[in-house]
Design a binder for this molecule. Structure first.
Ligand code: ZN
Length: 258
């Protein structure tokens, strides 16, 4: 089965430190990032990968602080009203209550916080990642998981939660596989399209530069897993879709991947 993929920009980050994206490089440089929701069309109902940002004020409250007296603001989260996930989905005719599956690439705020928008969807999450989020070995890693979204998840009926161990087919020709690297929850999503296999990387590949130049991200919990993930994705994917690269919209005009 060949699916269509539409990417929606649901926010952005201004002046993200490049060294967060590229391991041991880009000191003192800053780039802008996009936040995306990915829509997979072709099954009976839409499937969504990642949920976007539930409340931008919660993010701007702990970012966008001037780094020095010049007033230069680093890591400033942005979202216009049209970029709110619900509005972005409705702009392409999708009712969130109609979504069958929400595949969460990992449990950070910009990917996971909005699961309550999809009351009828099965939420697809890494089992290992969820365990680490609930009771992390190191709070410095697990503590970044939004607790309200975690509560939303755990309050769902069990038939609306799907925990993934290493690898699983969610629907025919839509597969999820665990990669780790960025967090213990990171999983990639592969989707068959008429242009070949597309892989949504999760934040273990922030940018095309990561995978095209084999430079791991700077923001990781396990460096070796980053290299393993990039190797596997490079081998398997015909179309690579990094989760924060603005260039996705240049390589795929209007966000139409396939
Ligand atoms: Zn992210």
């Amino acid at each position: 089965m060949n699916y269509k993929i539409q990417v929606l920009k649901v926010g952005g980050v201004k002046n993200a430190p490049l060294s967060e994206m590229l391991f041991m490089r880009g000191w003192g440089e800053y780039i802008d990032l996009n936040v995306y929701v990915w829509v997979i069309l072709g099954a009976d109902k839409p499937v969504i990968v990642d949920t976007g940002i539930k409340d931008i004020n919660l993010l701007t409250g702990r970012s966008g602080k001037p780094e020095d007296s010049s007033g230069f603001e680093i890591h400033k989260w942005m979202q216009s009203p049209e970029e709110k996930t619900e509005n972005a989905l409705r702009s392409i005719g999708i009712d969130p209550t109609d979504v069958s599956h929400v595949i969460v690439t990992h449990l950070h705020y910009d990917h996971f916080s909005n699961i309550s928008l999809f009351p009828n969807a099965k939420i697809v999450v890494s089992r290992k990642g969820l365990r680490e989020a609930v009771a992390p070995k190191h709070v410095e890693i697990g503590g970044q998981v939004p607790r309200d979204a975690l509560c939303d998840l755990l309050r769902r009926p069990s038939n609306l939660i799907q925990l993934i161990d290493d690898e699983e087919e969610i629907l025919p020709d839509i597969n999820v596989f665990w990669i780790g690297g960025h967090t213990p929850a990171d999983q990639a999503v592969s989707i068959k399209t008429s242009k070949g296999k597309a892989v949504i990387t999760s934040d273990t590949v922030f940018l095309y530069r990561n995978i095209e130049e084999n430079i791991p991200i700077g923001y990781f919990y396990n460096l070796e897993e980053c290299y393993d993930a990039m190797k596997r994705i490079r081998n398997e994917a015909d179309i690579i879709l990094p989760t924060h690269d603005p260039e996705v919209l240049l390589r795929h005009p209007k966000g139409r991947i396939a």
